[in-house]
Design a binder for this molecule. Structure first.
Ligand SMILES: [Zn+2]
Length: 329
């Protein structure tokens, strides 16, 4: 049967500013704030947002592929499997829930012969691995021991209020904060690890390490805050008093998220075994969304040129022991 699941990591870089909102408007200093980790206060992209966009983009991919097979005629292929999957009033529509549908099997479905299925792929939140800050030397991408731990790399603890870089240097401003600069202590240089993750060289060579606490502080004080105007769809004009502000993670922020791919051999839909064979094939279905993520993006404000995310690298991180089976269907 093999391992019950495999974990894959995905490293991606924001090509546009990214706004994944909390849904609640007018909280705090800005009208539309972004989602944060409740403990560290560092912004993140929730895994639930990923599950939705991955599903939609994978469905687009499969529909495109299938439509080529019918003499260039664009026939709907599992047409209702992309969305939320609630059937209409007559019980028609919704997810197909068929064991040979890669979308329903990988992302789950809300109904069907077996009464619903959670899907073979699960998405973690995307955490910030490297965050760009304006300095007098140009942009510097900061990371911290907590962020590097996401990629299973243990950096030594660092002193508060200090920036660690390749060599000692003059104090450096990270946004508004002027901080002393020290050379990396032993085992602290993140650059070889970042190279393994296929982080672009320019970002690696302009990286710096700060403490977890300072990282959270600097990220939160260097988010983009934009002002926009709500447009009345009927008149096409700005609404009265409709000026609002929203936060976004800046362009070139580097994120890491994980996709947990369950072993299809451990699942059945109805009486049929699944057509996807192993966790690797589950991940192959998932990665079909990546080109779309770079074109169409994630999160809100897409019409304002936001949200595109370029995948830099994917990597298999871990297989489970067979006995540690995660929850079934
Ligand atoms: Zn389906």
């Amino acid at each position: 049967m093999g391992a019950s699941f495999e974990r894959y990591s995905v490293v991606g870089m924001a090509v546009d500013p990214i706004h994944v909102g909390t849904g609640g408007a007018r909280l705090g200093r800005v009208d539309q704030s972004i989602v944060r980790d409740p403990v560290t206060r560092v912004p993140k992209i929730p895994g639930s947002s990923f599950a939705g966009v991955y599903r939609a983009y994978c469905a687009m991919h499969h529909e495109l592929k299938a439509s080529r097979e019918v003499n260039g005629k664009r026939k709907p292929y599992y047409p209702d499997c992309a969305g939320q999957g609630q059937p209409g009033k007559q019980g028609k529509g919704g997810h197909c829930g068929k064991p040979d549908c890669p979308i329903c099997i990988v992302f789950g479905f809300a109904r069907g012969t077996g009464g619903g299925f959670t899907g073979l792929a699960a998405f973690s939140d995307a955490h910030i691995l490297l965050f760009p800050v304006a300095t007098r030397e140009g942009p510097v991408w900061i990371t911290c021991p907590g962020a590097m731990r996401l990629v299973s790399i243990e950096l030594p603890d660092v002193a508060e209020g200090t920036v660690y870089r390749a060599a000692d240097g003059l104090p450096l401003n990270l946004g508004w904060l002027l901080l002393p600069v020290r050379g990396y202590i032993e085992g602290q240089d993140p650059r070889p690890h970042l190279a393994e993750l296929e982080i672009p060289e320019f970002i690696r060579e302009h990286s710096a390490v700060v403490s977890d606490k300072l990282f959270s502080h600097i990220v939160n004080s260097n988010l983009e805050v934009r002002t926009s105007v709500a447009i009345n769809p009927e008149t096409g004009a700005a609404e009265d008093g409709a000026l609002f502000t929203y936060e976004a993670l800046p362009r070139s922020t580097v994120f890491l998220w994980e996709v947990i791919c369950k072993n299809p051999k451990h699942f059945k839909v109805g009486d049929a075994a699944l057509k996807v064979e192993n966790p690797k094939e589950v991940f192959d279905v998932v990665t079909k969304a990546h080109p779309y993520l770079e074109c169409l993006g994630i999160g809100g404000m897409g019409t304002r040129g936001m949200g595109r995310l370029r995948v830099l690298a994917t990597d298999k991180r871990q297989s489970s022991a067979s006995e540690n089976a995660p929850g079934g269907a």
